[in-house]
Ligand binder design. Sequence first.
Ligand SMILES: Nc1nc2c(ncn2[C@@H]2O[C@H](COP(=O)(O)O[C@H]3[C@@H](O)[C@H](n4cnc5c(=O)[nH]c(N)nc54)O[C@@H]3COP(=O)(O)O)[C@@H](O)[C@H]2O)c(=O)[nH]1
Length: 849
Amino acid sequence: MTSQALPQPLVLVVDDDAMTRILVTEALEPEGFRLAEAVSGEEAITSFQYGAPDLILLDVTMPGMSGFECCEQLRRLPGGAHVPIVVLTSNDDDASIGQALAAGASDFIAKPMQWRLLAHRMRYLLRASRALAELTRVQESLSHAQALARLGNWEYRIDTGAGYWSPQLLRILGVAPDTSPASFDRLLACLPEDQRPQLLDAFMGLHAGAGSYGLEHRVLQPDGETRIVFHQAEAVYESGRLALIRGTVQDITERKQQELRIEYLANHDALTGLPNRNLLHDRISQAIARTRRTGLHLATLVLDLDRFKFVNDSYGHPVGDALLQAVSSRLKMAVREGDTVARLGGDEFVVLLADLVDTRTAEDVVQKVLSMFIEPFLLGEHSLHISTSIGVSEFPADGDTGEILLKTADAALYSAKDKGRNCYQFYHPKMGVLMEERADIEHALHQALARGELELHYQPKVDLNGGQIYGMEALLRWRRPDIGQVPPDRFIPLAEETGLIIPIGEWVLRTACAQLHAWHGGGFPHLTMAVNVSARQFRQMNMPDLVRAVLADSGVPAQCLELELTESLLMQNQELVVRDLKQLKEIGVTLSLDDFGTGYSSLSYLKQFPIDVVKIDQSFIRDVTDSVDGASLTKSIIAMAKSLNMTTIAEGVETQGQLGFLNTHRCDAIQGYYFSRPLAGSEMGMLLQAGTQLPPDSCHAEPRQRVLLLVDDEQNVLSALQRALRGEGYRILCAGTGQEALELLAIHPVGVIVSDARMPEMAGTELLRRVKGLHPEIVRIMLSGYTELSSVTEAINEGAVYKFITKPWDDSLLREHIRESFRLHEAGPQRLDAGHDGAPRVAMADGAA
Ligand SMILES: Nc1nc2c(ncn2[C@@H]2O[C@H](COP(=O)(O)O[C@H]3[C@@H](O)[C@H](n4cnc5c(=O)[nH]c(N)nc54)O[C@@H]3COP(=O)(O)O)[C@@H](O)[C@H]2O)c(=O)[nH]1
């Protein structure tokens, strides 16, 4: 801003002498000043409060209030501290000058005044006053800024040794303002001892020619508090010589603490406080570097808790978290101070063992780590037995970087898990190949379903009460192009891990039900289909909803679908599992427990679940003929299952001896290579058509009860037939109409039907035609008088009627024909069809053929 732009300055002239006031006015007004007048000190005070003059000319000798007193009062008024006050004194009155300056005057002018110079003097004073005001403002604002930035500054003059510390620096150092010299030594003394050499070196560096320094250090305040500061200083040269060193000290404690917290969080696991993956990688790199130098050994242990998921699911996440914390404490106890225990996430921990004398020591520590899991973990009211599996890799044999060491230890962990729980495994190169294979399978599995590479095979289940196939188990197969069949054990766990089990599991259920529906329609209406559902699959899918939808879409009756569940499934979150299993039972499906005996559950534990069938695991069956344990365990499973109203099926039956054992001990059914391996759908169809069954001497002594259906609209005929057949051991069902007969056939495993020819609504011929279509395996016998022979002949020729018995019948012949028909039925469908092409099949049961 230029001087012209400034408003005209207002000068207050305070003098009891009118002449002086006039002369001042005449000297200043033409020079651009405005003038105000006061004739006394009192008037000057009032005038100042109202007029806010820019400058005051004050006579010292006035009646009433003296100029000195007036000056003092003006200084105390708001806005009066900085206004320039020029006192008018006599030329030789040195005492008054001193007194006026002491009273706060800014300057003095001796009378008589040089009027010509007065305006210049006034302007100069005003400029000086403004500069002073600006300087004060800048100082205040700097002081505020320094306080805000927690930034103090200091100066040190080399020639005089004089120094200056700003108030903010004093605050940072925790030092009260005092008269002690603001020397560099005193500043140095504010640092903790261990950090003083660092600052001293930097300071000496300035003396030696370095232009500046900047360093971070701590200061120790007298009350013991430590602050962290960023300290900068520079050398100032005058005439080529070092004259001054000045510096700033900024308190960065809070920022530093935040940085440290952020750094901590970035490097540690929040739940356990253990180093995380980030920090672990650093530690491994350091350990590798040290091992290279020392020639000692380094081992990396990767641990995974066994059944941690089960703990989380069953007891909830707070218990899971507490378990992880307890595990981290035990792991720290198992290793030395310098070793690292880290958590990579979930239930995966890493222990880094550095400076080992040899591999044996690593093995000893691994054993020690395992032993840390012997005692149960006490978490609130829970006492949990938890074990861990450990994979171990060593530097440099198994990898020369942290990444590779973790990868190889991971491969070893997989192998340890494969071996079973609670064990460890050192890395071997062939495990790396397995890991790569795993990654490859995972990649290909993503496309397998869409590319139609999955298929189902079916393994028959055979009823030991008669030896017939009553159902089958669907077993998933993956035919990888160029590679061939991948066993389900190799890809189902991966499908579970990746979530692919959801679409794959649905595909299995739909495909199995569609195939079953086709077989039902193809003459095997009582077949059942078992589908495997793993624990993870059950958890990830809404099984009741899916089963409802698939049954509705496929048209398969619920009773014909069986779900094979695993024990681990029942050990999951019990409430939810029981709820879903109950829903499945309401739908009507059969629930069976797969691989029974391999898990932890006892049969009595199973009572709480709505399980219908127990599948005895093949590991027991393998031993039944040559191991007392295998035999007695299998016998007790069969006995206990029966006592709980569950049926039993033995899986993995491979030999006649095993079959004989199971038959003798009344196992209900068998499945295994002895009868048939899992077959492709078409092969299974052929096996069904062939009516393959176990030889009668391999089955229970009494064959399955024969079911006979009698159909006649006359009750007395039905009664007479029942009387004639009493004692034959049949289960006899009776129907009064064709419709009623069809309904009974849908529900019961009827082997032979005997129907009257002449009935209202549906004639016997029509009924047997329909039975042929719906249940071709049932042997159909017509009961009729000679008069209906012509209509019956047609049905006979169509194959709808297998035998024709005339009324009135001969009881003993009737019994013989029906026995023969049952034998035919039990021989299987191909025997029934054998008589189709021209062979005589009409028998006259009254003696007529
Ligand atoms: N969740 C799903 N799991 C499935 C599905 N399909 C199969 N599986 C499970 O994979 C495991 C391995 O199955 P697989 O290789 O098919 O082996 C089965 C039979 O082939 C085999 N078996 C049958 N009889 C014998 C025999 O006499 N000896 C012998 N050594 N092995 C035999 O046993 C397996 C049958 O297992 P199980 O289910 O326990 O009855 C297996 O755990 C399958 O459950 C699927 O669609 N979903």
